[in-house]
Design a binder for this molecule. Structure first.
Ligand SMILES: [Zn+2]
Length: 325
């Protein structure tokens, strides 16, 4: 997007993904800039205690900076708990004990022939810590997968799920666009006012006393807040949701079914499932599956646009649609 808009780096080059990553993770924007990172001889990174911190002007709030960092960590397959992303176990990271909320982990039965999902607290601390159940891996995998295939990806059901979402999202995007327009006009107005003030101060028509200074700072903060609000709304509007024809819905559903059912490709299977579901809670008598309808809609939208299935890990749009298996 930066390159399309003709924005270049300080050196006039095009933006590469590495540069964007460096900017998004640079603590200098939240007032922390470090020196003395590397040994001048060996070029090796020194331990963080040896770094020298310098306070820089704040450009981004801590909240936003941390939100971006969490998001990057979450999205990055090499950073998000590799054991979860890389594990071929279908439901690790998704499945939780409904008694104590802790994750369920895989344990092998005494004979070694079967694997079980078991509450991690119970597995580590015994029955005194949690009485949550354990369940055969194949059994739980099949139950969850069948529920997704039958309940969510059945063509009629897909219709019910997607149509209202697409309509709502389109309405919301329209509202966002209006809001962005009005924010941009506010932004221009404040910018003009500030320009006039600075001109008057420059020409010595106005004296920059304490009260004027605090007024300008207030305007500046308002200006920055508006900028932030605009970029947030533009980001939210950047995923267009398409209306789906019934043939598109049909091919999306059959493509996704094929991927989800393909046991020979456990990693793909898992990544698609993870892009649809956010949580599974297990007790002796119930399995509660929570998914994100919006993630489903985004996946379908991407499929229609890209003509192929791309797993997404969009968490921000989550709407909780429960379906009990
Ligand atoms: Zn438990």
């Amino acid at each position: 997007m930066l390159n399309l808009e003709g924005i270049t780096t300080r050196k006039g080059r095009k933006f590469l993904i590495q540069y964007v990553h460096r900017i998004l993770t640079n603590e200098a924007y939240v007032t922390r800039h470090y020196f003395n990172l590397r040994d001048s001889r060996t070029k090796k990174l020194k331990p963080k205690e040896c770094w020298i911190a310098l306070k820089t002007p704040r450009i981004v709030s801590d909240i936003e900076f941390n939100a971006v960092r969490d998001r990057l960590n979450h999205n990055h397959p090499l950073r998000t708990a590799p054991r979860i992303v890389n594990s071929n176990i279908l439901l690790t990271g998704l499945v939780h004990c409904s008694y104590c909320n802790s994750r369920m982990k895989i344990q092998t039965g005494k004979s070694g022939a079967y694997k079980y999902y078991k509450c991690a607290k119970r597995a580590d601390g015994g029955n005194a810590v949690c009485t949550g159940c354990s369940m055969r891996m194949e059994k739980l995998d099949d139950l969850v997968m069948n529920s997704v295939l039958d309940r969510t990806l059945a063509p009629n059901r897909l219709d019910e799920l997607l149509t209202p979402l697409v309509e709502r999202a389109n309405d919301r995007q329209k509202l966002h666009r209006d809001k962005i327009r009005s924010l941009k006009s506010d932004k221009r107005e404040i910018k003009n006012q500030l320009d006039v003030l600075w001109q008057q101060i420059g020409a010595k028509d106005l004296q920059l006393d304490a009260s004027l200074k605090s007024y300008i700072e207030k305007m500046q903060r308002k200006y920055e807040n508006i900028l932030r609000a605009i970029s947030r709304l533009e980001f939210q509007n950047s995923t267009p949701l398409t209306k789906f024809s019934s043939s598109q819905k049909h091919s999306f559903s059959s493509e996704l079914r094929t991927r989800l059912s393909c046991k020979e490709q456990p990693k793909f299977r898992k990544s698609y499932l993870k892009s649809l579901l956010s949580r599974i809670e297990v007790s002796e008598d119930s399995i509660k599956i929570t998914g994100s309808n919006m993630a489903l809609a985004n996946l379908a939208s991407n499929f229609v646009q890209a003509k192929k299935l791309v797993p997404t890990f969009e968490q921000e749009w989550r709407t909780r649609g429960d379906s009990n298996a």
